[in-house]
Design a protein around this ligand. Structure first.
Ligand code: GAL
Length: 706
């Protein structure tokens, strides 16, 4: 019998934003990742990106509707590398992987099950693809081979041919979408960084946290009382450790797992007075919760018909896709917490662990399937809680354990229970490819060395956090390194002006503040001249140079415009660092370290290697114990590194409200040039009239002395 194969069709592309095209296949489902995210593109940001035309690749992307599902094929070139596909922990290069993108707690393998399985990838050839589906997607990121491929691998005889490979070459990414249609978005470059920028801008622009969010945060043990929390804060102060917000873990609630969302009357008899008092000390309160409603919560009865068919730890699951379910949950949080001054949330357990979540056969009153709910619940909790703060014109910054595409603009940082320090750094690198933030949180350590090494990295991440919910650790828990930990916690504070500006660039320009070396101009994994990746027919199997190209760098990363961070892990005394092209300098001394080469460093336990680009300008402030509040002046030490002239746009606004959305912000030009005698001198442009101006005194430090 002759079976007709289903039609493979080209996709019709429509320009939706500069350099972003939408392709519609079949009948896409209305409920999608972007519809749940609900964010509009930050149009203004696209004006600062290169003008581009539809990539030629667009014509070669095909889709097939078969078996009630959609199959997508996107061709690959020989030397092309792929990045992204969500928050992976072990790998940066994704070509060749098979992934089942499925929201889950990370289980130790990069198989697609992760906290943010974002169906977006970036190609080293300078384009990106987003599959806007809230389904479990199967991705063959260059592993299957079509029999009619123009670039099909040649069959070899395993008996006799030593070059036989179990993984023959594949020339395409294939994606299986279990729905009869889907929207695909194609993002142009030309560079991979431009692709990431377009993606983040398309999702509303990166989040801009409040200034205090970029300070230091500590989560106290689960059953701490209000008095114990106060004492803890006092001790931080007395010992001179910075602290901007404290996270309360499950014990603040009268019942948890499932949750009442109500304060425990014994441990926290006067919640509002407690929150106010802490605020007066300069410390905000963040609350842990999971969304599962305890039978003892006063919203239980009303929520019952607005929740899913199955329970989680015997709590009902609010249907957040249902307008009324959402409203009820939000009103409860608003009344109990946001309304009394709580600064934000840590929304836990929205990712899975399978048996700790609703099963895929659960039914929700909104009609959204259990599968779609699982893929989007993390987005829903971010969206609803952010809305509560937005309507009060107050920024928040919190934690969440699940996310997905469309989350760039949400002020949430992902964390988990896994604890491999090296893998935490790889996750930080990968977060920059998919519009999410990640914290390599510190919890406990076996040794003082490990403790310090972990601290040294968490201060160069989106959230500098000690999560002592179970360990009861304090920053000074290892007396041998307590001073070094303090030094780095204070460096974090000193760097707030830099971090804040870099987050503003995330917001307005879509540039991830923490990101892979692969997004850096002049970077090549082997430390040599980057190869021209396009238009090459070199054979992966025979060209030895490709080995260098495909070497994966997953233990060093960029932090903001100028800094390269190269962590050491417990047990290491030296490491290799791959420097992109251009002159690089040591952050601490200003000394030249290299250019486009691989160097070996042995910095000693007290230092995490940090390198700075030539001409870099790093604005620091004094080492305050709390981030500056709205209107508080920051006295700056502006550092310049290297020999090149420097130019930096310094961002300023009130640091706490959403007034920046209405233009209440300013960029100040900082320049370092040489005078006639060749001496470096710095200048900073005046504050714009009527705009926020939080700069106090300015001191210049030229770090590289000839
Ligand atoms: C875990 C979470 C931890 C901590 C704990 C409290 O699920 O990942 O960080 O919050 O719950 O029970």
């Amino acid at each position: 019998m002759l079976v007709l194969s289903p039609l493979r069709a080209q996709i019709h592309w429509t320009l939706v934003e500069p350099g972003v095209w939408k392709g519609v296949v079949g009948t896409p489902e209305e409920y999608s990742l972007l519809s749940v995210s609900g964010k509009m593109p930050l149009k203004e940001g696209f004006t600062r990106l290169p003008v581009v035309t539809l990539p030629a690749l667009a014509d070669e992307i095909t889709a097939t509707l078969n078996d009630g599902k959609t199959y997508i094929t996107i061709p690959l070139q020989r030397q092309e590398q792929l990045y992204g596909f969500g928050l992976n922990f072990k790998t940066v290069h994704q070509r060749g992987r098979i992934l089942n993108l499925h929201v889950d707690h990370y289980g130790g393998k990069d198989d697609g099950r992760t906290h943010a399985p974002v169906p977006f990838y970036v190609s080293s050839c300078g384009y990106g693809i987003l599959i806007n589906s809230a389904r479990y997607l199967t991705v063959y990121a260059g592993s299957g081979s079509r029999k009619d491929s123009p670039d099909a691998p040649v069959a070899k005889d395993r008996n006799t041919d030593k070059t036989w490979s179990a993984n023959p070459y594949s020339d395409a990414v294939s994606v299986l979408v279990p729905a009869p249609g889907v929207e695909i978005y194609l993002f142009a470059g030309p560079q991979p960084m431009d692709v990431v920028r377009r993606y983040n801008l398309f999702c509303g622009g990166g989040t801009l946290p409040p200034r205090w969010g970029l300070g230091f945060t500590h989560r106290t043990p689960s059953l701490y009382t209000a008095d114990q929390v106060k004492q803890e804060a006092e001790e931080f102060e007395r010992r001179g450790y910075p602290l901007d917000f404290i996270g309360l873990e499950p014990g603040w609630q009268s019942k948890s797992y499932p949750c009442t969302f109500e304060w425990d009357k014994q441990r926290f008899p006067q919640p509002k007075a407690f929150v106010d008092e802490m605020k007066k000390r300069g410390i905000r309160i963040n609350l842990w919760t999971n969304p599962y409603v305890s039978p003892e919560s006063d919203i239980y009865e009303q929520m019952f018909p607005l929740s899913g068919s199955h329970t989680v730890w015997c709590g009902i699951v609010p249907d957040l896709a249902h307008e009324k379910g959402r409203r009820l949950w939000m009103d409860k949080l608003d009344k109990e917490h946001v309304g009394i001054g709580v600064s934000g949330y840590k929304v836990d357990e929205v990712d899975g662990y399978d048996r700790w979540l609703w099963p895929d056969v659960a039914i929700f009153p909104s009609g959204v399937s259990a599968e779609q709910m699982r893929q989007t619940y993390g987005l829903w909790v971010q969206r609803t809680t952010t809305d509560l703060y937005h309507q009060r014109n107050q920024r928040t910054y919190g934690l969440v354990r699940a996310s997905n595409a469309g989350a760039s603009a949400y002020p949430y940082v992902i964390y988990n229970d896994y604890y491999s320090h090296p893998d935490f750094i790889t996750a930080l690198i990968n977060s920059g490819f998919c519009g999410v933030l990640w914290t390599p949180e510190v919890r406990g350590s076996k040794t003082a060395e490990e403790w310090l090494r972990r601290f040294q990295t968490v201060v160069f991440s989106p959230m500098a956090m000690l999560n002592a919910w179970a360990s009861g650790t304090k920053p000074w828990s290892f007396p041998e390194v307590a001073e070094q930990v303090k030094e780095y916690a204070l460096l974090r504070m000193r760097m707030i002006p830099y971090w804040y500006t870099e987050f503003a660039r995330y917001h307005f320009d879509g540039i991830p503040p923490f990101r892979a070396m692969n997004l850096e101009a002049g970077f090549s994994p082997s430390g040599v001249e980057p190869v021209e990746l396009q238009n090459t027919n070199a054979n992966l199997e025979t060209n030895p140079y490709l080995e260098a190209v495909s070497k994966e760098i997953k233990d060093q990363y960029m932090a903001g415009e100028y800094l390269l961070i190269a962590p050491l892990f417990a047990g290491q005394t030296q490491r290799k660092v791959v420097l992109p092209k251009g002159n690089w300098y040591d952050f601490y001394t200003g000394k030249y370290v290299g250019n486009g080469e691989t160097i070996t460093v042995s910095p000693g336990l007290d230092r995490i290697p940090v390198f700075v680009k030539d001409g870099a300008i790093i604005p620091l402030m004094e080492p305050l114990l709390h981030a500056p509040t709205a209107g508080q002046k920051m006295n700056l030490e502006i550092r310049h590194y290297g020999k090149a002239d420097g130019f930096y746009r310094f961002y300023d606004d009130d640091g706490e409200t959403y007034d920046y959305e209405r233009g209440e912000y300013t960029w100040r030009d900082i320049r370092v040039t040489r005078d006639r005698k060749g001496r470096l001198k710095g200048s900073i442009s005046k504050a714009e009239r009527g705009k926020p101006d939080n700069i106090g005194t300015v001191n210049w430090r030229f770090m590289t002395q000839e």
